[in-house]
Design a binder for this molecule. Structure first.
Ligand code: GAL
Length: 370
């Protein structure tokens, strides 16, 4: 069923002047204003004035077909989405491997007040190299609808150790024979804890795959990414113009296998919801919190999701937490690896108990708050 068909009209007698509720039927295809399915996955949102832009992965129906780049849709009500085209194109003559056959995942756009530029970060894999490059790409534009120009595509924080990493461990794994290293043994786990991959990648930069961006109330922005072979999350501070890392970063939950980071802040507390690491298959999400984004972070014992299907995040994997009508909404992808283009989206409002801890029950129909 198309989204248009899922819009329920209010039948409340005597409230005809009241706006009818807009409803998204979770998991159904979202149809844009031209009648085509929205193709925007692993994405994020940016609100400018009355308009919210949704940026995401443009996906072909067959995995083997090249991606076209980052797609963008705009809305003023979260129901009617206008296709704004490909705002960061993959092309034959692009620099730094943004060329056909590359992988563009989890794009996020933030606005920089100081420069007046829109800044797009994404997970970038180079053509023909699978997921081995683990780069973050950065592009800028003067307008939210692009075109964005690629500035660079690199690993993260080359030459820097995390600020929450003891000096005594610097260089500890210099002599490790990575080709003959046995993974998943207790010794290996301890080496991971003690920065095995931080050391390995020190010179060339830390791996950067699933990612999100967060702009704090003081205007400082952060890049949160799965690093160290997807085993460990890193949170890195961005420069004032948001186009690079400052070199100040932390690593959290070494060996914890957290992917798909999503984050929001409420009453001074940062809450992050991540997935486990099972590729396109859904798994049990995790939740962690901190009063300072640069740590300490505390892992909650359980997932925030409740009810039937909670242990597989209702079939989804988080991509962004967007505020709609004053309420944080967890947005997730229901991946369809056999036809990624047809992957669906889950919209789940985040609720809070008396203790202020987020919980997320399933709703078949998300009623858009206005
Ligand atoms: C997932 C990740 C996706 C994509 C996929 C590839 O774990 O969250 O963004 O990279 O793996 O298998």
């Amino acid at each position: 069923m198309a989204l248009g068909a899922a819009v329920a009209l209010s039948s409340c007698a005597g409230t005809s002047e009241q706006a009818a509720p807009l409803v998204i039927a979770n998991g159904e295809q979202i149809i844009d204003t031209e009648g085509n399915p929205v193709n925007c996955h692993g994405g994020g949102f940016l609100t400018v004035g009355d308009t919210t832009y949704w940026y995401g992965e443009q996906r072909p129906s067959r995995m083997s077909s090249p991606q076209l780049g980052v797609s963008c849709y705009s809305t003023t009500d979260f129901k009617n989405w206008t296709n704004r085209g490909i705002v960061l194109p993959v092309s034959e003559d692009a620099a730094e491997g943004l060329t056909p056959g590359c992988i563009v995942e989890r794009p996020k756009v933030i606005y920089n007040d100081k420069t007046g530029k829109y800044v797009l970060w994404f997970h970038h894999e180079l053509p023909g190299r699978g997921y081995e490059a683990a780069h973050c790409g950065v592009a800028v534009s003067d307008t939210p609808t692009g075109p964005f120009t690629l500035l660079h595509s690199t690993r993260a924080n080359a030459g820097q150790y995390p600020i929450n990493f003891p000096d005594s461990l610097h260089g500890k794994h210099a002599g490790v024979d990575f080709d003959n290293l046995e993974w998943w043994t207790p010794e290996w786990q301890q080496m991971v804890d003690e920065g095995l991959f931080v050391d390995r990648d020190l010179e060339g930069g830390q791996m950067s795959r699933d990612m999100t961006l967060y702009v704090d109330e003081d205007g400082k922005a952060y890049h949160i990414y799965s690093s160290e072979e997807n085993l460990t999350l890193q949170i890195a501070e961005l420069t004032d113009d948001y186009t690079a890392h400052t070199g100040k970063y932390i690593r959290i939950f070494p060996g914890g296998h957290n992917e798909a980071p999503t984050i929001f802040k409420r009453d001074g507390e940062y809450w992050m919801i991540t997935s486990g690491c099972t590729g396109w298959a859904p798994n049990k999400a995790r939740m962690m919190h901190a009063s300072d984004i640069m740590g300490e972070w505390t892992m909650m014992e359980d997932t925030p999701f409740t009810g039937e299907g909670a242990d597989t995040t209702f079939g989804g994997q988080g991509t962004y937490i967007v505020e709609i009508g004053g309420q944080p909404v967890f947005v997730a992808d229901i991946w369809k690896p056999e036809n990624l283009k047809d992957s669906r989206t889950l919209w789940l409002p985040i609720e809070f108990g008396e203790d202020g801890v987020p919980t997320i029950p399933y709703v078949a129909n998300y009623e858009i708050k206005r």
